[in-house]
Write a protein that binds this ligand. Structure first.
Ligand code: SD4
Length: 321
């Protein structure tokens, strides 16, 4: 059990955990989540948070992030943010300076620039290499079903496959989500005033169809929090998770009296019942400082936490999918 204040987040992104913990010494839970997720964006945690990761089919990196205040239920989020590195800080600007919840794409970038954020390329030599390797490897469509690249166009436009059933089979065999798409940061914090906040930041899914947005900026999917109950945050196959709202589900199950560990396990069960191949994890902490996580399909999963007793990592055995 955690003493208050505390922070927990997905994966061993411990620099983010430490940054959030430091912010908690002087600021609010919302400040802590912004500090923690910003830290990951700057250090490009696992290449899947912040700039320079997960190039889409055209090679561009775009960012998704969300911030929820568990006291007021204020939310700020950005999806498909282009050319601005500070996704969670822009999400905070949406929360603080607009009456809106979610801004998307180029227009989110315009808003960010108006708010004083810098516009710059999110590509790096590493993200360009990843994209070029994929192009030269025949651009196997990761997220398109029953299509093949036009052989003359290197690659795309993709064409529906009408040929033999064997080709259809080939086209749907795609890498498992986890091979290229670890790891979103999802964070939950409680401050000294007993206020909670939650947030996420990610660059989404590698070789996604341009325009694809995952679970991370969707309230109840990527994260959810309510001061009276607790919070939850998710990582994994967002295309599936955003159909089930696992973070909302976990918080509501905790509201009904489940422990965090049981609540997240139940949230994932609702997904795997329909999608046995699903890969993902959810972490949760309740307002009493109890915490837990569940994981399915990943080779391994850990989450990080910090309270007055210091920084710890918790290993979570993953159910196979
Ligand atoms: C997404 N959920 O965009 C994110 C990616 C992720 O571990 O969490 N990977 O689908």
């Amino acid at each position: 059990k955690l003493a208050k204040p505390f922070v927990i987040n997905t994966w061993p992104f411990t620099n983010a955990t430490v940054a959030a913990w430091r912010a908690l010494q002087v600021g609010t839970a919302v400040d802590a989540v912004v500090s923690g997720c910003s830290q990951c964006e700057r250090e490009q945690c696992d290449g899947t948070v912040g700039f320079g990761g997960s190039p889409d089919e055209r090679g561009e990196t775009t960012l998704d992030a969300m911030l929820i205040d568990g006291a007021t239920h204020a939310v700020g989020a950005v999806a498909g943010l282009r050319r601005v590195k500070d996704a969670i800080a822009v999400a905070r600007a949406v929360m603080d300076h607009t009456k809106h919840t979610l801004l998307i794409g180029d227009l989110a970038s315009e808003f960010a620039v108006e708010m004083g954020f810098r516009e710059e390329s999110l590509s790096t030599p590493a993200s360009m290499k990843k994209w070029k390797d994929w192009i030269s490897n025949n651009c196997q469509p990761n997220f398109r079903r029953n299509v093949s690249p036009d052989p003359d166009s290197h690659c795309g436009p993709y064409k529906p496959i009408k040929q033999s059933s064997q080709m259809v089979k080939q086209s749907v065999s795609r890498p498992r989500f986890s091979e290229a798409n670890h790891d979103t940061i999802g964070m939950i914090a409680m401050d000294t005033d007993n206020n909670m906040a939650a947030g996420t930041s990610t660059n989404g899914a590698t070789h996604k169809v341009p325009g694809r947005v995952g679970d991370s900026p969707a309230v109840g999917a990527g994260a959810y929090v309510d001061n009276d109950v607790g919070g939850a945050a998710a990582t994994g196959d967002g295309d599936i998770m955003m159909r089930f709202l696992p973070s909302y589900q976990a918080v509501e199950s905790m509201r009904q009296g489940m422990t965090p560990a049981d609540a997240v396990a139940e949230a994932l069960r609702r997904i795997t019942r329909v999608h046995p191949q699903f890969e993902g994890a959810v972490v949760a902490a309740n307002a009493n400082g109890e915490h837990g996580a569940a994981c399915v399909g990943f080779e391994w999963f850990k989450y990080s936490l910090y309270d007055v007793n210091g920084l710890r990592l918790v290993d979570v055995p993953c159910r196979s999918s």
